[in-house]
Write a new protein. Structure first.
Length: 387
């Protein structure tokens, strides 16, 4: 029976009428080779289909070729869901992904750490294009892919990935210490201005509920509720919505530096909104996806973090590539480095689960210090004693 996209009124009907009743049978996937609502750690897949029967199934380098299928509401723009599909394919080492809202069907292929669109058609064209889809992700065709074809694809993928990497690579830097008053905000603001003056495109993200960076960059004064236009559009909204409040929408131009710098502001309400974010399974990973959407818009992203071990600090360190630890070198700050070290260890354990490399420590940055050399000697002594 041919597929009619007009019969799909919501996401559930896209799943049942397009994927279950039409696509999976047409592509040769029997009920024992596909699974619905698959949970793999923090990742939740709509459908996962294997080229060979795999019960129980395991995702690793030796797994049979597989396809992730994601269904969205007919009114959803598929472009908004590409970063999440990229995260799924690259994190799980799945070679192909199908993304559809019923009105449009797309097939993506994993290329090392990125994905590439290899097929697209409208929902009304799918009946005439089904053979093309079969050649890409049909069960029989995936089963028949030989070692030579896989090797060629790997070489091509590597070349494409290396070309993309050479063209642009956005650096994400978190500035963190679990003690307050050590100069995190000062470091972020001044570092952002210095990098911007060197001609780099800079984005600053304020993840601290004290919103000091938001204040320092001149975006708002929260003591005047009449002019508080950040309350309804800030970092909380970026983190709490998968489909809306992109970084491009929420970021604001700040003229504290010339040239201007874009800032995703925080709000003092963040502290009470943490519980709400904790209830969202994707909250720890959403910033990765949102930053992926703007990876070609910025050269450097600087994240100001809260002086704590809370969710916002975790989100920042999970998303970042690099870490700077400001310290005033005083005893309490130095003792706090042990907590920071343990916190980073737990963060890296989580990053390993999502196939993300450990965060790279740039170093401890001395801030607000006396010119007395004894302070530096104390830091060296502490570092030697604590690895």
């Amino acid at each position: 029976m041919p597929f009619d996209p007009d019969l799909c009124r919501n996401e559930s009907e896209v799943e049942s009428k397009l994927i279950v009743q039409y696509l999976l049978p047409q592509l040769g996937y029997t009920p024992d080779t596909w699974h619905q609502e698959v949970a793999l750690g923090s990742i939740r897949l709509d459908f996962l289909a294997f080229a060979a029967q795999a019960l129980p199934f395991v995702i690793d380098a030796n797994s049979p070729l597989s396809v992730v299928m994601e269904a969205k509401h007919p009114k959803q723009n598929l472009n908004n869901h590409v970063p999440r599909l990229r995260h799924y394919l690259t994190s799980l080492n799945v070679q192909y992904g199908l993304l559809t809202n019923g009105k449009e069907i797309r097939v993506y292929q994993k290329l090392l750490y990125d994905i590439q669109l290899v097929f697209s058609c409208s929902g009304k064209e799918i009946n005439t294009k089904i053979e093309e889809i079969k050649k890409l992700i049909g069960r029989e065709n995936l089963n028949n892919k030989d070692i030579l074809n896989n090797f060629k694809a790997s070489v091509i993928s590597n070349n494409i990935s290396m070309t993309i990497k050479e063209q642009h690579s956005m650096k994400i830097i978190a500035v963190y210490h679990n003690k307050g008053g050590v100069g995190k905000t000062t470091t972020v603001v001044n570092l952002a201005a210095a990098i911007r003056k060197r001609g780099k495109r800079v984005l600053v993200i304020d993840l601290d509920s004290q919103a000091n960076t938001t204040f320092a960059t001149g975006l708002v004064k929260f003591d005047d509720e009449e002019f508080d236009d950040i309350k309804d559009s800030n970092i909380f909204h970026v983190l709490s919505s998968e489909d809306f409040y992109s970084i491009a929408e929420v970021a604001r131009k700040s003229n504290f530096s010339n040239p201007e710098i874009n800032v995703v502001p925080a709000h003092i309400d963040l502290i009470r909104q943490e519980t709400e974010l904790n209830a969202l399974e994707y909250s720890r990973l959403i910033l990765i996806d949102k930053l992926e959407e703007v990876k070609n818009e910025y050269d450097v992203v600087l994240i100001d973090t809260p002086p704590s071990l809370n969710l916002y600090a975790k989100i920042a360190l999970i998303a970042a590539d690099y870490l700077i630890i400001p310290s005033d070198l005083k005893p309490f700050a130095n003792q706090g480095l042990t907590n920071v070290k343990d916190f980073i260890k737990s963060i890296n354990a989580f990053r390993k689960q999502i196939r993300k490399a450990p965060i790279e420590l740039i170093g401890v940055l001395a801030c607000k210090i006396s010119t007395n050399a004894i302070a530096f000697l104390n830091l060296v002594k502490y570092s030697n004693n604590n690895g």
